[in-house]
Design a protein around this ligand. Structure first.
Ligand code: ZN
Length: 183
């Protein structure tokens, strides 16, 4: 079991465009295992590889409704091939933007092509939560975060908050060092 660190806003790596997986080999399977370990530990329902610092087009997901039940899903090189004109609004959150939730409007239904863990081509027509998660995670592979779908005002506010929080530990350390030096 390998729980990896999750990158947090404003980490610049979250803005990278991830590269397609050329071959679903043992190293990819190991990475997928780490992604599930990290996602379940968080806990979260979806994770893109870039969120643990790996710029590869891989998404893990588990949308099981019942507690204790597991329904792991893997999407390698997922590609949005169709989307409905009809839109719907869902509240979204992100493991890279902890404890921040906002409503996002996206196409209600999508068709996604991808490779499974055996490297076999698959296609899924998704609605509801699966459609939301697939779009959210595919966004990650393109360096897009769900806050990019919000108004500039809301986005600026959350980026500012997380940028400030990221600087805080360094400031606290400096304060402690000064205190120690004054003694
Ligand atoms: Zn996310």
């Amino acid at each position: 079991m390998a729980v990896r660190n999750i990158l947090i806003l404003p980490d610049k790596r979250l803005r990278l465009v991830s590269k397609p997986v050329a071959k679903v080999d043992a190293s990819i399977k190991k990475l997928v295992e780490d992604m599930f370990d990290t996602m379940y530990e968080a806990p979260g329902i979806g994770l893109a590889a870039i969120q643990i610092g790996e710029p590869k087009r891989i998404v893990t997901m588990d949308l099981a409704k019942k507690e204790g039940e597991k329904k792991p899903q893997v999407f390698i090189n997922p590609e949005l091939v169709d989307e409905s004109d009809e839109l719907s609004v869902h509240e979204e959150g992100c493991l890279s933007i902890p404890e921040y939730y906002e409503e996002v409007e996206r196409p209600d239904a999508v068709t996604v092509k991808y490779l499974d863990l055996n490297g076999k081509a698959q296609e899924v027509k998704a609605t509801g939560l699966l459609a939301v998660c697939l779009q959210h995670e595919i966004d990650h592979l393109n360096g897009v975060l769900f806050i990019d779908h919000l108004s500039k005002l809301k986005r600026d506010r959350v980026v500012k908050k997380f940028t400030k929080a990221a600087k805080q530990p360094a400031k606290d350390m400096l304060k402690d060092a000064r205190k120690a030096a004054a003694k």
